[in-house]
Design a protein. Sequence first.
Length: 143
Amino acid sequence: MKNLKYLFLASFLLVFFSSCDDLLDDDPTTPFEKVLGTYSVEETSPTFGTQHYNVSISKDPYVANVLSIYNFFDMGSFIRVVGEVVDGNIELAPQDVDGFKIFGEGEISDDFDRIDFIYTIEELATAKGIHGETVEAVYTRID
């Protein structure tokens, strides 16, 4: 009878743990990690028209679970804008970056190869006359 209890327990544990395999994702990377990389950008703004340039998206060196986007708005490869991945989007909370106030959102494609951004940019000093314009940008993965 004692052996029967152990056999039943072993069978139960085998079934229990094998059914958990279906819950595990074969790909251990998170959506946060899947957007890291280099992207080609086609950006359209009222002031500058259509521009083409590259950006790099990496883990923020200062804050966990935050992305750093370098060369955002073609401001330079050492200038960074920060964002968070939330529900398939990259959210850009309002932030002051190199004389500009920036905020908006980017929708991440299901295959993580494209991000469609819509954001607002306003020059803080307004010397160039950028007074809160909406910018659209398509990021296409190149690496």
